[in-house]
Design a protein around this ligand. Structure first.
Ligand SMILES: [Zn+2]
Length: 535
């Protein structure tokens, strides 16, 4: 019965009108976007959910919290045209479900203020706000933007440039490449670079709608820039590591989500904004913009938790690193070489600290014990801030299996030891994961920093141990070299005490080595030990 229903649903989808990649102008009367919370209670129900997740157009069913295991909730946003059929499909398949959000647009307007306000803030700040911001800018190198707010991409880039200008020896701006629509992908480099220190890279915003991750990366930049003079711990980071932070890896997608913040079609956009690609899905040819950049990396490309349909929200792209954003970032990481010891990518939401590998259960990198141990300590430190509870593990252990992600690629191909994907607040039980209440932004960033610090400290600890070892080796090598030079320069410059030296050696050719202390006293010249007896 359930399979039949799914078939009917699929046939309906095939005939439904698509408008992927373009925002409908006249969507005012089309009815509400709804978010369904479904709990698959049988293996079959779970399989069906996974099948829709991997094959549906994001226009039809956009998964906010994808299916993972039986009895774990699944959240799906469904567009107005499809809600009736989707509900029928759920009812006929006996899926336990509830409507978590009856009208998403209404919720977004409540959250983001009215549309007039959001259009206004899109173009910049109000005059009074601009004056306020300019006043703050004068107060310190990292100031200039008030934390706890969302900002447009151009504003974020200008802000990073200002920080770099104000801290010329400690910070610099970098552009790793250009996005599909031609935006520069910028980041900031923080720390004294002597060419040897370990490197940690943090990125955010690879998924467009995950705004809290972008804010968290900005908060880290702000903290570093302002903390150099006042916080010894932060200063030790400037001295001991080089930290790169790239707050918006998918600037086209991010700007797209900001275009019309109260329209679910734009605000809930996940992918990049690359040109339309078309594919035959068995019933018709569909064309859509964008690639899920975190499925486009060269690790088990296209194997699991990704889709080959361009209209899917988890479309993996034509081939590994086919997208300019992925290519630019992969090249950037590759060029850092083996100094790259830590890589953290910030996402939202579900409160998870994920390590490799995520394509298959019980598949781990070589140093899994240390990797897991650092994750456990990071999650504990994070929780001590405000009591927020995170789970840690690989993708399939705590959320779902996926391949083509950046951290797995960094672990396997670049051998980055501490490589983590973080899913920030809130837990998956909350409805508003992508539109986190602004009051939660700073606490979210603050607690995440507490976790990230554990990773950075671990890297410094390991690196320092290494420095100490290398240093000792170098000192020893220098001492040996000096001793050797002294031996050569003093050879034959002393005399033997005993007359019998040559005789003894004829009896025992190895005597210089086997009776060194006696020979040092009696036959230093014959045994080439002048450098030890002469002052
Ligand atoms: Zn994400």
């Amino acid at each position: 019965m359930g399979r039949l229903v799914w078939l009917i649903f699929a046939i309906f989808l095939a005939f439904s009108q698509k408008c992927q990649g373009k925002i409908e102008e006249n969507d005012v009367n089309e009815g509400p976007f709804k978010v369904y919370r479904i709990v698959p209670t049988t293996g079959w129900q779970l399989e069906e959910m996974i099948r829709i997740f991997e094959n549906a157009d994001s226009e039809e069913a956009d998964f906010w919290h994808p299916p993972s295991v039986v009895n774990q909730t699944v959240d799906v946003m469904v567009s107005p045209k499809n809600t009736r059929f989707f509900e029928k499909f759920l009812q006929n398949g006996s899926f336990p479900f509830e409507i978590a959000i009856k009208d998403l647009k209404k919720k977004l307007i409540e959250k983001e203020g009215d549309e007039k306000l959001s259009r206004f803030s899109r173009s910049g700040f109000s005059r009074s706000r601009r004056i306020f911001v300019e006043k703050i800018m004068r107060d310190g190198p990292g100031s200039g933007l008030v934390m706890g707010e969302y900002y447009g991409y151009a504003t974020i880039v200008d802000w990073m440039k200002r920080i770099a200008d104000r801290m010329p020896r400690l910070a610099s701006i970098l552009e790793i490449g250009r996005s599909a629509e031609g935006r520069g992908i910028f980041g900031i480099k923080l720390g004294h670079d002597d060419g040897r220190k370990p490197i940690v890279v943090i990125d955010a915003g690879i998924h467009a709608r995950e705004w809290a991750s972008i804010h968290t990366a900005m908060y880290f930049i702000n903290l570093m820039a302002n903390g150099h003079d006042s916080d010894p711990w932060i200063r030790s980071y400037f001295d001991n590591i080089v930290l790169y932070i790239l707050p918006v890896l998918n600037p086209d997608g991010y700007e797209f989500t900001r275009n019309d913040r109260t329209n679910p079609r734009s605000r809930m956009w996940r992918k990049s904004r690359s040109q339309q690609r078309c594919a035959w899905d068995g019933q018709s040819t569909k064309c859509c913009h964008g690639v899920d950049l975190n499925r486009n990396f060269d690790f088990r490309f296209g194997e699991v938790g990704a889709s080959r349909y361009p209209c899917s929200e988890i479309y993996h792209g034509e081939s590994a690193h086919s997208e300019p954003e992925t290519r630019a970032f992969a090249n950037f990481l590759m060029n850092l070489g083996d100094r790259l010891k830590g890589y953290i990518t910030l996402h939202a939401y579900s409160q998870l600290w994920i390590y490799s590998y995520s394509h298959r259960k019980f598949t781990y990198p070589a140093n899994i014990e240390e990797i897991r141990n650092v994750a456990a300590r990071a999650v504990a430190a994070l929780g001590r801030e405000f009591g927020t509870r995170y789970q840690y593990g690989t993708g399939p252990e705590i959320i779902y299996a996926f391949s083509g992600g950046s951290t797995d690629w960094a672990t396997e191909k670049l051998r980055v030891k501490y490589s983590y994907t973080l899913e920030l607040r809130p837990t998956y039980e909350e409805w508003n994961g992508f539109v986190l209440d602004k009051r939660q932004l700073i606490p979210t960033a603050k607690e995440t920093w507490a976790g990230v610090k554990v990773v950075i400290d671990q890297i410094i600890l390991e690196y320092r141990t290494k420095i100490a070892r290398v240093f000792r080796q170098r000192v020893n090598a220098e001492a040996l070299e000096k001793a050797e030079q002294r031996r050569i320069s003093l050879k034959g410059k002393c005399s033997d005490e005993s007359q019998s030296c040559l005789h003894w050696r004829s009896q025992n050719p190895d005597i210089c080595r086997t009776s060194q202390s006696a020979m040092l006293r009696e036959c230093p010249n014959m045994c080439d030990l002048c450098h030890l007896v002469l002052p």
